[in-house]
Design a protein around this ligand. Sequence first.
Ligand code: ZN
Length: 291
Amino acid sequence: MAERGNRLLSGLDRLWFSGAGAALRSAAHQTADLVAPTWCVGCRASGTDLCGDCHHDLRLLMRRPFRAEGGAQALPVLEADRTGVDVLPVISAARYRTLVADVVVAFKDHERVRLSRVLAPALAGAVCAAAGAVLPRPEALLIWPPASPRARLRRGRSPLQELLGEAETGQVLPAGITPAGHLLRHTGSVLEALPGRSGQKGRSKVLRRKAMSQFGLAPGSQPRLQGADVLLVDDVLTTGATLHGLYGLLAAAGAAVHGAAVLAAAPQAEPIWGVTSAQRRIEDRDFRNRR
Ligand SMILES: [Zn+2]
């Protein structure tokens, strides 16, 4: 039974990611645009994914990467003594709320793929800041969580990989940083992608941690990781459980994981370096506009 399910899923997977599948998705997306024209994710102005004003605001909100590990309780502990506990440092481009949250969700889950033009440079900015803050030398591997079969089937794309690909093409990643997501794979059963199975959102924190064991090394990647310096990257930081899972796997493989960069940090991961008054003004205005 499991094998039949696997075959069915791998067939669907091939179809979805094939040239014909991509053409079909693109056509469907364009048709949807005709029926329901695009509007600004920030202010609902028609005819654009993100109007000039909202683009400007978003850039302000994402221009100052900050240390965000303070409130993420599931991050790995690097050191503990009488003076306190050091967890894995995480540098975030922005806080995950208001306009930032709307744009990230629209890009990830609502096919607003063109928003990568603002999100890719912001993510690259966080990677640059993290590299400067935590890496002992410029050369390091950049590694991110492999998408689950369920997420791949649902989205038909890998948003985080798209952003990193665009950052790499635009040459905005720091020199010496090598994207190496291919060294890991998701080992979860493809049967979890079948409808009716509960997703990660509905799981308790304990189960979510358990799910982290679904990351594994890709065949032949051990020698590449042994002794390598690694910087992790993810889209949104919430509890830090995903980064913890990656950290454990990579450390066991002999890599030195120095920290992580994320696009946005959820509210419980409050900034350590403070908030600028410009950020506060924009967020207060957004809040007023939405009431
Ligand atoms: Zn707008």
